[in-house]
Design a protein around this ligand. Structure first.
Ligand code: ANZ
Length: 845
């Protein structure tokens, strides 16, 4: 045989696998346990890069592992192929977005095959195919029927560069996630999905995922949903019929409210100003103009100097009838809570900063120096009268120190709440408010409804018709898909309205009853496409339904999801939301889409992210040409724990290639026949093989792929030594070791493993073998040394079985000549046995 040559091996096996289709899953096979292993599907932005190579190598290890364990594994792939980059490329080159998209898909697909990813190539989906997106439209209609899809005019995030609205999630630090331009606010009528109806469930169900999703991702989801618990309190406004409601997390401090603040960009502020003096109206207009120039980030910066103006309107505190002034200031946000706050400067830092800037009163209502002990505070009259309770308050007076007193303590200056702790005061004041009808327990969320309409061409058309008299008519399900018209003749240039509006033949529709209507020209956010795609893989060619409910019951949720942490919020939140909606509609019988999640790290170069502009881009195709697919894949697995970043400057694909050559050669050195009984083989080598087998499940199932690779390296060394030092290549134990090596190596380096398997005289494919079980008899150590002490001195050493029972060990120890000599005539008063290692005998002296 010639030496190890990865090119020859790749050329030998790839065409054969293509023919065999070893990874096409029979989803109706009920004879084996099932495993659904899913990689996040890629966006077809160009050829595969190093990041893809890492992610798909990791997902592949997991899928291949479960196959070796006898599972029926579903491991599909598709393309998330709608979206802006295709449109950008189309504009730049004057081509149809389809051309760019499907060319890139073809290229990625062929790279994935070469990369030996064990995908089921018979289940490929593209979200930009009408056969797929018609079901987005179906999903939209289902949400619409349920009142979960609706249109409203509101201030939205607008990217002036991409000329499109952005979901809150797509605004990062006030900038467009995609192009990094500063996002501005624009008032537009847009479509929303009512994800806020699901806020509690999205939050509470995270508990089920604890320990199975990275805790960081769970925390990010929790924070994004941002549930605050407190109360709504109604303040009467002089000269206004309706009260103004504020949300507070600290209703216990209600007696300390000394003014009210409303968001300047809220309708309420405009109305209150309009009802005030002409001077206030002018000042308000000026202030609002100033505020609208600042970004959301600036407004949320607590350290920023407080600005605001009094509206010369007054609110009445419902618990004590106190009259407090209403101000407007931009630290209060229009779209959180009710866009208005009761300001309690003594206990809230922002309110205090504001009060100190404008000379507003500060009233302490929580004595933070008073001790809170026990669950239920016992308030004695002495405590209330004790001047000591407020003794230290003067020195921590917030109006002097500038430090708000945020901590717990006992209520003071608060009428019926006096003496209570914070928690009890919160409960009590809510009771009082509810009795009086002036407030109630309430929750507020950071989460906003999901803005799903986009003013772009390359997406799923929204299946709604608009009539001249303003009615919305959902397209009948039987009319789906509402197919995208050809892009030819349309100006795709971003301009703030959808290019589809100009496709007059497409837009104008006459209904059977003669009604003239226009199609909604907007397309859906591509996160709609990816919110349910995992279900489509179960029946990818189904023409009658989005997915097969019976198949979903069997196969879903996804057992193991693998992908980047960049999707920790958006994609996962939306998929979780849509899954819950589908559950409520009776289409699925589970409420969480992804039972376990693995986030791979990034592939870096010299400590930073790879990019063309930095000039540190490592091209995957170059690496594959130089070192071969198997060496690159093995390097990805060996680099470290999968969650950690890989610095390509620190790893050695050349070293991986060398190891693979060594592994391949030991298989070539096996001279026994396939099928030989292993029982008569060299015991030491057999033990090593079975120890390895015993450790595999623990290592793979806890994603310690790097440790397993290290063990395989060690295993090859042990085999090499055995072959070269007397055991020889004809020993059955060497064949056993080599076969196990080939099977395990197929997780990481499928070509080399397949070639070894053939060399060992077997038919392809090694990927569908069953991983042998470790023989427990080969796992026991032969003997261990037990030491026997008499009165603290070692008197004998005994070679015993590691499984020896304590009483048996004690008997052996007592029978020892050396021990008997040491004990002599004395009485044994105590024997402590720690099998199999120690026996301690104590005598009476
Ligand atoms: C009175 C109070 C007293 C408050 C106190 C806090 C401490 P989280 O936890 O983020 O939900 N708030 C309410 N609506 C607001 C808005 N639209 N813009 C800015 N701030 C707003 O914060 C809830 C608290 O933030 C609420 O509780 C309110 O101030 C303020 F010692 O009410 B608090």
């Amino acid at each position: 045989t010639s030496g190890y040559d990865f090119r020859r091996i790749q050329e030998r096996w790839l065409p054969l696998w293509d023919q065999m289709k070893p990874f096409s899953t029979d989803t109706s096979d009920d004879t084996r346990p099932r495993k659904y292993v899913l990689d996040m599907f890629p966006y077809p932005s160009g050829d595969l890069h190093m990041g893809h190579a890492e992610a798909y190598a990791l997902g592949d290890i997991i899928a291949r592992y479960w196959r070796l364990q006898g599972f029926n594994v579903l491991h599909p792939i598709g393309w998330d192929s709608f979206g802006l980059p295709a449109e950008g490329a189309a504009i730049k080159r004057g081509i149809d977005p389809r051309e760019w998209t499907y060319d890139n898909i073809a290229q990625q697909r062929s790279s994935m095959r070469r990369y030996a990813t064990s995908f089921d190539w018979d289940r490929v989906i593209h979200t930009s195919d009408p056969e797929y997106y018609r079901w987005n439209q179906w999903l939209f209609l289902k949400l619409y029927e349920k009142g979960l899809a609706y249109r409203k005019a509101s201030w939205v995030n607008w990217c002036p560069f991409d000329q499109t609205v952005l979901a809150n999630e797509q605004v990062v630090d006030g900038r467009c996630e995609r192009c990094d331009n500063v996002v501005v606010k624009k008032k537009l009528t847009q479509w929303y999905f009512k994800i806020t109806d699901y806020a509690d469930r999205l939050l509470d169900d995270l508990n089920q995922l604890e320990g199975r999703w990275p805790s960081k991702v769970i925390a990010m989801q929790r924070n994004w949903i941002g549930r605050s618990v407190g109360a709504d309190v109604d303040f009467t406004i002089e000269g206004r019929d309706e009260p103004v409601t504020v949300f507070t997390t600290r209703p216990d401090t209600l007696f300390g409210a000394t003014f009210m603040v409303v968001a300047p960009d809220s309708e309420l502020a405009a109305e209150l100003a309009a009802g005030s003096t002409p001077e206030v109206q002018v000042a308000f207009a000026d202030y609002l103009a100033q505020v609208q120039k600042s970004t959301e980030i600036e407004r949320q910066d607590a350290a920023r100097e407080k600005t605001g103006i009094p509206l010369e309107r007054y609110a009445i505190n419902p618990v004590n009838g106190e009259r407090i002034p209403v101000w407007t200031a931009d630290y209060v946000l229009a779209d959180y809570g009710h866009g208005a706050v009761m300001a309690v400067p003594a206990h809230d830092q922002r309110d205090l900063d504001f009060a100190r800037t404008f000379g507003l009163p500060v009233k302490v209502v929580v004595d933070v120096t008073a001790p809170i002990t026990g669950a239920i505070p016992v308030v004695t009259p002495e405590m209330l009268e004790n001047p000591d309770a407020v003794r230290d308050l003067a020195s921590i007076d917030p109006s002097v120190t500038g430090e708000a007193l945020a901590g717990d303590g006992r209520m003071i200056n608060s009428g019926p709440l006096d003496g209570l702790s914070k928690q009890h005061a919160i409960r009590r004041v809510i009771e009082l408010l509810e009795e009086a009808g002036t407030g109630r327990a309430a929750k507020t969320y950071r989460l906003r409804d999901w803005l799903i309409s986009r003013q772009r061409y390359w997406g799923t058309p929204i299946p709604i018709l608009h009539t001249d008299d303003g009615r919305e008519i959902p397209v009948d399900e039987s009319e789906l898909p509402v197919a995208l018209p050809p892009s030819e003749g349309l100006d795709l240039q971003p301009k703030g309205t959808s290019p589809l509006g100009a496709a007059s033949d497409w837009v104008n529709v006459t209904l059977p009853d003669g009604t003239v209507a226009r199609r909604d020209p907007d397309t859906m956010d591509t996160f709609v496409d990816s919110s349910w795609y995992f279900l489509r893989f179960l029946s990818p060619n189904d023409e009658d339904q989005a997915f097969d409910t019976a198949m979903a019951e069997k196969w879903a949720p996804v057992d193991q999801y693998v992908g980047g942490v960049t999707h920790a919020i958006l994609h996962l939140l939306y998929a979780r939301f849509i899954t819950k909606v589908l559950f409520d509609l009776g289409y699925v019988n589970f409420t969480e889409p992804f039972s376990a999640l693995l986030n791979q790290g990034m592939v870096l170069m010299d400590g930073s992210a790879m990019s063309k502009s930095r000039g540190n881009l490592v091209r995957l195709s170059d690496q594959l040409d130089e070192f071969g697919v198997d060496a690159v894949r093995l390097t990805m697995a060996f680099a470290g724990p999968p969650e950690d970043d890989i610095d390509w400057a620190d790893v050695s694909p050349a070293g991986s290639a060398k190891f693979l050559a060594r592994a391949w050669r030991v298989a070539n050195d096996v001279t026994s026949e396939p099928g030989v009984a292993f029982g008569s083989g060299d015991v030491a080598l057999r033990r090593a093989t079975h120890h390895l087998l015993a450790d595999v499940p623990g290592l793979v199932e806890s994603f310690k792929f790097n440790v397993l690779v290290a063990r395989l390296m060690e295993h090859v060394n042990v085999m090499r030594k055995a072959i070269d030092s007397g055991v020889g290549g004809a020993d059955p134990a060497v064949r056993e070791a080599a076969e196990v090596l080939a099977i395990l190596l197929s997780l990481f380096s499928p070509y080399t493993a397949e070639d070894m398997w053939a060399t060992l005289g077997h038919e392809p494919t090694v990927a569908l073998q069953t991983l042998p079980k470790a023989d427990p008899r080969l796992l026991v150590e032969e003997s261990v040394t037990a030491i026997v002490q008499v009165d603290g001195k070692v008197r004998d050493r005994l070679e015993v079985s590691p499984q020896i029972a304590p009483d048996e060990l004690e008997a052996l120890a007592r029978a020892s000549d050396a021990v008997q000599r040491a004990v002599g005539a004395r009485e044994v008063v105590n024997v402590i046995v720690r099998a199999p290692r120690v026996v301690n005998i104590a005598t009476r002296r």
